[in-house]
Design a protein around this ligand. Structure first.
Ligand SMILES: Cc1ncc(C[n+]2csc(CCOP(=O)(O)OP(=O)(O)O)c2C)c(N)n1
Ligand code: SF4
Length: 307
């Protein structure tokens, strides 16, 4: 047993319980970005949310995102707890309202990198209208959507993303609705960058997150993640690792993939990869151009409410 006594940026000095040995071990680089005083976290063993956070933190480090200008906003749910564990300016907002909150932050201070990190239910059900219009307007925010196919925090009810035929607490005989194909949906709305990975594909996920930081406009990364407690155990994946094995087996990365082919159906392939990478004027750019054109020199360009 060891006890941590010193921390610096790269090394952690530990003293073994018998006090005889001082060891220097490499410190996990992710720790600097986590509120270690809040660990242990609330997520269940085998949950995929923490895996996505690990990729996210590593992407922040690799992309050298300026931490003093970074804000992470979450809604409510197990995935919505992410903001509470990140050691950055973070906001845990109300259910479904992470996107409008983030929009306000970005418009008040356009220099910020604003990330929305939340669940599929939060973003596409109660927050669905905000998802539509932020993507349509091309608000310059980065969205990470953890899709565990269910409303986990409230007991495993069926969500818009629950695959047809799978079991949920509100669908004990199988869900009878078509699942929302999130990449296709946000492409139609106008997102500039769209990718989907599972928590098995951590390196690709990290790389996509890095890419999205460099991208201007509304970006959307869907992370397919296991929820063994409320989805997996009802659908033959008793443990997180069982669902991870399924992800490994059925995920397909194809050339020239189209979002319309990315629907998720039980027992069928899960299409993963980068679907969309395009340029569109952001809402702020288009607003500035429009008023400049209409008002000419009478228009005083907007530089943000806070700077
Ligand atoms: C206005 C409002 N309605 C409903 C709830 C209850 N609620 C809390 S979390 C949640 C579902 C979250 O699901 P998801 O976003 O998929 O996150 P997960 O827990 O699966 O990670 C719901 C319905 C709430 N907190 N506020
Ligand atoms: S209930 Fe599901 S989503 Fe929530 S922490 Fe547990 S495994 Fe993760």
């Amino acid at each position: 047993m060891t006890e941590s006594v010193v921390t610096d940026h790269t090394k952690q000095e530990t003293i073994s319980a018998d006090q005889n040995r001082v060891e220097l071990c490499e410190k996990n680089p992710a720790e600097d970005f986590l509120r270690m005083d809040r660990i242990p976290h609330i997520w269940c063993p085998g949950c995929g949310i923490g895996t996505s956070v690990n990729a996210f933190v590593r992407a922040l480090i690799e992309a050298k995102v300026d931490r003093s200008k970074l804000c992470v906003v979450s809604g409510i749910g197990c995935s919505g707890r992410v903001s509470g564990y990140l050691n950055v300016d973070a906001f845990h907002t109300t259910h479904g309202r992470a996107i409008p909150f983030a929009t306000g932050l970005k418009l008040a201070n356009p220099e910020l990198t604003v990330v929305v990190y939340s669940g599929d239910g939060d973003l596409s059900a109660i927050g669905g209208n905000h998802l539509v219009h932020a993507a349509r307007r091309n608000i310059d925010i980065k969205v990470v959507c953890v899709n565990n196919f269910i409303y986990s925090m409230t007991g495993g009810q069926a969500a818009p993303t629950t695959p047809m035929g799978t079991i949920a607490s509100t669908a004990p005989y199988g869900f009878c609705e078509y699942a929302l194909n999130l990449p296709h949906f946000v492409e139609a709305c106008g997102a500039t960058y769209i990718a989907r990975w599972t928590t098995f594909h951590v390196r690709q996920l990290q790389k996509s997150m890095q890419e999205s930081f460099a991208k201007k406009g509304f970006t959307f990364i869907e992370v397919i993640a296991p929820c063994p407690t409320l989805y997996g155990r009802r659908n033959q994946y008793r443990q997180g690792v069982d669902e991870m094995k399924m992800f490994k087996e059925v995920s397909r990365r194809e050339k020239d993939i189209e979002t319309r082919d990315a629907e998720i159906k039980p027992g069928e392939k899960i299409v993963i990869g980068k679907f969309v990478d395009r340029e569109r004027e952001t809402w702020l750019e288009s607003m500035q151009h429009h008023y400049k054109e209409v008002l000419g020199d009478a228009y005083y360009p907007y530089t943000g409410a806070m700077i």
